[in-house]
Design a protein around this ligand. Structure first.
Ligand code: AMP
Length: 147
């Protein structure tokens, strides 16, 4: 039996998130696991949108900032060979939506960066800390090299 059957990669599109993506890619290759990606929209305004709203990747919203986020996710998904239905773009709190998607997909490993946009000053970023405490599966915090 493969050790990990379904890996979830959480990306914030911060500097060096490619490093985390490469790690998830090589783990998925090593274990021959399914790979999914999540990006939680917490950096653009989404008026009149409830937390937890999943954004359809193939619709054109006409909202430029959102289309940029969609394009980044689809580009990374294409590079990693992840089908569009395994790419989640959702409006909300990263720590919450990562757990929701991981549970929904029955992921058995969540891969995140040790820190990202929020957590440079912390030993472990705020998101990864919360995910570690609430995940039902293994969590890998990829130590990001300092620049
Ligand atoms: P932070 O808590 O911001 O230091 O981020 C730690 C890690 O959590 C990042 O390297 C990402 O892997 C993940 N993460 C943070 N924010 C998001 C987000 N908006 N969407 C998806 N993953 C995120």
């Amino acid at each position: 039996m493969n050790e990990y059957q379904h890996i979830l990669l959480a990306v914030d599109f911060s500097e060096r998130c490619d490093y985390v993506a490469e790690k998830a890619k090589s783990l998925a290759y090593k274990y021959q696991s399914k790979l999914s990606i999540i990006h939680v929209l917490d950096n653009i305004p989404m008026p009149d949108t409830n937390y937890g709203t999943v954004i359809e990747l193939n619709d054109d919203s006409g909202y430029d900032l959102l289309e940029v986020e969609k394009a980044k996710l689809k580009q990374l998904g294409g590079y990693l060979g992840v089908s569009v239905d395994q790419q989640r773009l959702v409006w909300g709190l990263p720590k919450q939506e990562i757990i929701v998607f991981a549970n929904e997909q029955q992921a058995d490993l969540i891969v995140l960066g040790s820190h990202g946009r929020h957590g440079l000053a912390l030993l472990l970023g705020s998101t990864v800390n919360a995910v570690l405490h609430h995940a039902m599966c293994d969590v890998m915090a990829v130590r990001l090299p300092t620049l």
